[in-house]
Write a protein that binds this ligand. Structure first.
Ligand SMILES: Cc1ncc(COP(=O)(O)O)c(C=O)c1O
Length: 269
């Protein structure tokens, strides 16, 4: 008798390489003082208000969160002035990225387009899902080639990922360029969702001029992702959110694990 074998495409994967924790670096290199710059955590730490909310609600840890986190999704929908039916929350935006790929793209059938380099979770989860990966190199000055990205998309393309401001380059494309990419894709790849990952938007020089969320209703084929891990300093609680077309939000709640956003993350947020 032998153990069942893991799918070949999973065996071929390079796992996500997380930044080492301070304790791991201390132990590995025998250092006393470590200043961690990996992982883009917030050096100011979690807000005292969020810490107080976590302490106040610690006694709730024995409860399951309310299914679908409605209090949180409604508060976030108010914050961004969007319909609550479009708001989804996940165990970090990582979970939302993974679920979008698995909801939209079928293995061996569909393709996903992203930049090279880019936030590594997009290509890793695409490979996990068995989805063809198409990548467009950043230009020498680190700007994104949106015409190149659009040229890689076709009828098989179900997702196109753009990070703004970008990780790892820091490039922050003008909003008009991102909106133009959405229009190009609507023509070239009518089944594709443009996922605009705004994890670092609070650090942009002028958010009102760069975020798609500051420009009225989102185009039909666009989803925007945000996270509590960066500017809000709550990476360890794992909470991200997305504003997605309402038909996709419906599918999202069908396939998200029911309690993946925990009660303390919800209270802190
Ligand atoms: C561009 C980008 N998107 C998403 C994430 C993941 O954020 P979360 O902690 O919400 O899963 C990161 C984390 O480094 C990131 O750099």
């Amino acid at each position: 008798m032998s153990a069942p074998s893991v799918l070949e495409r999973i065996q071929a994967l390079d796992a996500y390489a997380p930044g080492l924790s301070i304790a791991e670096i201390r132990q590995r290199h025998g250092l006393d003082q470590v200043i961690k710059l990996a992982s883009n955590e917030n050096p100011l730490g979690a807000s005292p208000l969020a810490q107080e909310a976590i302490r106040r609600h610690a006694g709730l840890a024995f409860r399951y969160p309310q299914g679908g986190n409605p209090r949180l999704t409604e508060a976030l929908a108010r914050l961004h002035d969007v319909a609550p039916e479009r708001m989804v929350v996940g165990n970090g935006s990582d979970e939302i990225i993974d679920l979008l790929i698995r909801m939209l793209a079928a293995p061996g059938e569909h393709s996903l387009v992203c930049c090279l380099p880019c936030f590594s979770i997009y290509p890793i989860q695409a490979r996990v899902a068995g989805v063809e990966l198409r990548r467009c190199a950043l230009r020498e000055d680190f700007s994104m080639d949106f015409d190149g990205l659009a040229a890689l998309a076709d009828a098989s393309t179900r997702l196109v990922f753009v990070t703004t401001p970008d990780n790892p380059s820091g490039y922050c494309p003008p909003r008009a360029d991102v909106a133009r990419l959405a229009r190009l894709l609507a023509e070239k790849a009518p089944e594709a969702l443009l996922v605009v990952d705004e994890a670092y938007m609070d650090f942009a020089e002028d958010e009102s001029a760069t975020s798609l969320l500051a420009d009225g209703p989102l185009p039909e084929n666009v989803a925007v992702l945000r996270t509590f891990s960066k500017s809000w300093g709550l990476a360890g609680l794992r909470l991200g959110y997305g504003i997605v077309p309402s038909s996709l939000a419906d599918g999202f709640w069908r396939c998200r694990l029911p309690f993946s956003v925990n009660v303390l993350a919800e209270e802190a947020a």
